[in-house]
Write a protein that binds this ligand. Sequence first.
Ligand code: AFP
Length: 334
Amino acid sequence: MSQRTPLTRFLIEAERAGQMTPELRLLIEVVARACKSISNAISKGALGGVLGDAGTGNVQGEAQKKLDVLSNEILLEANAWGGHLAGIASEEMEEPHPIPDAYPKGNFLLLFDPLDGSSNIDVNVSVGTIFSVLRCPDGVTEPATEHFLQPGTAQVAAGYTIYGPSTVLVLTVGHGTHAFTLDRELGTFILTQRDIRVPEDTQEYAINASNQRHWDAHVQRYIGDLLAGKTGPRGKDFNTRWIASMVADVHRIMTRGGTFMYPADAKCREKGGRLRLMYEANPMAFLVEQAGGAATTGTQRMMEVTPTGLHMRVPVILGSKNEVAQFERYARED
Ligand code: AFP
């Protein structure tokens, strides 16, 4: 039987290679364990009494699903006692969440969207957890919002877990992007793809076309040229997908290339965009760049954006790097 590398072994070997500290290894193991619990809750579906709305709203003004709240609670509880974190930030909480005084504090800050794509839960479409890891500034024991506001280039780790037909953890610590599939019988994530590479070119793109009337002129031109296909200026036909679950759209790109676009438009411009920088765009940008892709706001490298708020929103254009460059070329013409 071919050698199966469990996540723990992969992380220990990465630590031996100097790619991470024991504390970061513990952090990743803890997050992976929490994702297994979330996967288990989601897989129960209607039988688990976890579908539907929680009857509450989050800081984004969005109605929370029961699984949004449960996933957030699972991640908070799992990360409270290990001594690896100084603080936590979540899409579901307005302010940073302190590590309880009963437990020791560590040197990292963990940010996450506990359940991205949750509007898809009730229709049994893939959703996921997205997380980002930053260093807590030296000497800070009670991190406040400003201590989390670091650019994406400061991330020491990032990942997502997609809860689909299989549960897959995709992870980077700055030395490539790697995928681990959950073996449910063993309850262990097993390395299934080392050093993912996103194809530099693609004929597949993801955008919510229902927003077309709100798009800026360059987005209209860019998408119009994709739709023109072989007889148009691009000289080739394109296919489109839109799952409305960023984790699932990004995982497709990790698997076979493509682009994911949520550009600023007349509808979301005032908010800065649709997707959040700190716990959606930045971690995905780190993962995609480590896999040879590109991630920008359309005009700026995503990981160089200066954060101004924990829940700051940004336009997102990411994926196959030559196609992202094409989008940026159109943007420069505006
Ligand atoms: P939800 O978590 O509210 O379902 O939002 C998902 C998401 O943040 C991201 O995962 C999708 O790509 C995007 O929003 C979908 O946005 P639209 O609903 O406007 O298509």
